[in-house]
Design a protein around this ligand. Sequence first.
Ligand SMILES: *Cc1c(COP(=O)(O)O)cnc(C)c1O
Length: 354
Amino acid sequence: MTPAAEPRAGLRDVDPYVSPQLDVAARLNTNECPHPLPEAFSVELAEVVRDLPLNRYPDGQMTRLREELASHHGHPVEGTWTANGSNEVLSELLMAYGGPGQTATVFEPTYLLHSRLARLTHTQLAGLRLDPPYALDEPAIELALAGEPDVIFVCSPNNPTGNAQPLESVASLADRTAALVIVDEAYIEFGGESTLKLVADHPNVAVVRTFSKAFAMAGARLGYVLADPEVVADLQRVRLPYHMSALAQAAGIVALHHTAEAMSLLDAIRAQRDRIVRELTAVPGMTVFPSDANFVLFVPPSPHDARQVWRALLDRGVLVRDLTAVVPNALRVTAGASHEVDLFLASLQEVLSG
Ligand SMILES: *Cc1c(COP(=O)(O)O)cnc(C)c1O
């Protein structure tokens, strides 16, 4: 036998990305929208898909999808770019602005994919830890700038802590650096002030959005960035040919015709989020982090161990996210449908009193 091929140095130190999904009564671990898409959307999508010429390559410039997104946001189409989920947008941004010799700063605790993508693109990582309430304050900004990074990630509202960053803080950061400031706004439809208004006079700000959360389209894999046309021109240099299928492009275009229905569900989701915060805050000893997103981070009262609480919730059909590796003893629960939140709250009460 010939020897097995060896991947590049360090690759096998990277754990594969896995997010186990279990078939339980309440899946509250990945911040999806609990409500299916409206019937009118499915009917229109089916019609559009039936007529797609799938024997041909798709539009490699995603022209129509980008035009509709640009007009939806009042942003130039040359500064609007789409990919398969915002994760792919982030990956393309790091291929263009990260890489060997480049440094990326992340404010932790935050979305693990940012540092993961930095590592995978051989970008040097500068991780700065924020303390509760996890605000991007002046000392944090100064510390970040002192590292002279090439890329700075801001996640607002932040996953997993839930807080949005004040627009003035992001502006102050962007004003004082030539680094590309990537603002991950995966949850912005649920709360917080968008950084989009900074983009016009800050060509170093890139606002990344997704269809996976508020648009209820995690399965379609659609994300986009609103940035300066120069940034999009750089993404054109690293993108794969025809990276977005005609199916995904069609789904995005049809979804944009139904934004009113999707957005009408947001109030119900915010109401469940606020209910979770209220109910958890009433539990003696519980730490609850205020949330501008569609999830809530909490630390069970001592002496409860979060991992044991996670397991006991699962035994009752409730899957939440174990974030103990990111924030000590913390769990994150998605604001799901009301019956899912009922089950979560009742189960948690049982677990904590048991
Ligand atoms: C869920 C999430 C995303 C979405 O990623 P997609 O690839 O668009 O599904 C992006 N950023 C953060 C912080 C998230 O939590």
